[in-house]
Design a protein around this ligand. Structure first.
Ligand code: W6P
Length: 369
């Protein structure tokens, strides 16, 4: 299967129709569901196999307990999928949907599990149990850590792809909602998504800090575009968490908090939709900027380090704390859908985060090969 790579090519053809929502504008027909299911039954095991091999190629990761557990889930899923007979009729398709739904659930803990693995690795490096230096005689070289980061990036990117395709297929089997094709909403409203995320994060923030800065929303509040609202929600949620947390910690001793300001803009000629999130939470030193995108490095000494990686936060697994994964994962999501996330910080003052989003339908699926 892996040698032919036919699945990847099939992926492009089917995907541009199914995933981008050009298939049937109302209820997906049985024929289309059978086609989509057949495609997934070939494509997903190929992607799983690539990731199983990917995890095996990086010595640091290969030896970690959390990674071995994840690999076991991937191998079991792979075997289950290749054992599934060809999908020829609606009955087969229904069985397949059942199996895929179960797999989807079984994989929901994978991200947290991998994050825990990386956390242990970070702690090992920091405490000196794991030695990292340029010296080839040592356990791990810096180069091998870079390999490790690349492997994780591919792993998460691939996982997003599998879950978007599977999620889209499963959603297309449900009663269609207004303006939706599967998970894709043709009229996603960034302002509505930001408002909802702001309510969620404000609640978490008050639970943790006793108060929260106001989240102001300005710009193109009326704008709608085709996107998957659940993914946009996740991205904005993670970024708002960071902004509110930084604000609360910087102004711990002040009676008032500066607001977090969110601007929504629409590029010329319907190019990008851009969301900017501005906080006055003190910013990040320039020397730490690269590390905030890392799955592996800690940002020792900075506010972010205190907030995200401290032992206290690890034991108290509040959703406000997280595992330090929000930023790189959010950026992978944005990138998967053809967009990106940039961050500009003024050390001592605050941080601007820019989320660039492409209208779905104008992009090709990026998958690691
Ligand atoms: C900070 C650090 C950060 C990361 C991401 C988004 C906003 C912020 N603010 O201080």
């Amino acid at each position: 299967l892996m040698k032919t790579g036919r699945g990847e090519m099939l992926g492009k053809t089917y995907k541009s129709e199914a995933f981008m929502g050009r298939l049937g504008h109302q209820l997906a027909t049985n024929r289309i569901l059978i086609q989509f299911a057949s495609f997934l039954s070939q494509e997903i095991p190929i992607r799983l196999a690539h990731r199983i091999r990917g995890l095996d190629q990086v010595p640091i990761l290969r030896d970690m307990h959390a990674v071995q557990q994840v690999k076991a889930i991937y191998i079991r899923s792979f075997l289950e999928m290749i054992d599934f007979p060809p999908i020829l009729n609606s009955n087969d398709e229904q069985q397949f949907a059942h199996m895929l739904g179960d797999l989807y659930t079984k994989h929901s803990g994978v991200l947290v599990q991998m994050a825990k693995g990386a956390y242990e690795l970070r702690e090992g490096i920091r405490s000196g149990d794991i030695n990292v230096s340029k010296d080839v005689d040592d356990d791990f070289s810096l180069e091998s850590l870079i390999d490790c980061h690349r492997c994780l990036d591919r792993f998460y990117m691939s996982r997003i792809g599998i879950r978007v395709l599977a999620g889209q297929y499963l959603a297309m089997r449900q009663e269609p909602q207004n303006n939706y094709i599967g998970m894709i909403c043709q009229k996603t409203s960034p302002s509505a998504v930001v408002r909802e995320a702001a309510v969620n994060v404000t609640k978490l923030c008050i639970e943790r800090y006793g108060r929260a800065p106001e989240v102001q929303l300005i710009g193109r509040l009326d704008l709608t575009f085709p996107y998957i609202p659940t993914y946009l929600h996740y991205i904005v949620l993670e970024l708002l968490k960071n902004a509110l947390r930084a604000t609360c910690e910087k102004f711990e001793l002040s009676s008032s908090l500066p607001p977090v300001v969110v601007v929504i803009a629409d590029g010329t000629d319907n190019e990008d939709v851009v969301i900017k999130i501005t906080d006055e939470g003190g910013g990040i030193p320039r020397s730490q900027i690269e590390k905030i995108w890392s799955y592996l490095y800690t940002t020792a000494g900075s506010n972010l380090q205190k907030a995200v990686f401290s032992g206290k936060d690890h034991s108290d697994m509040s959703p406000m704390a997280g595992l330090g994964y929000g930023l790189p994962i959010s950026r992978s999501y944005a990138r998967y859908f053809g967009g990106d996330i940039d961050l500009m910080s003024m050390d001592g003052h605050g941080t601007d985060v820019f989320v660039y989003l492409k209208r779905l339908g104008d992009t090709k699926e990026p998958i690691p090969v």
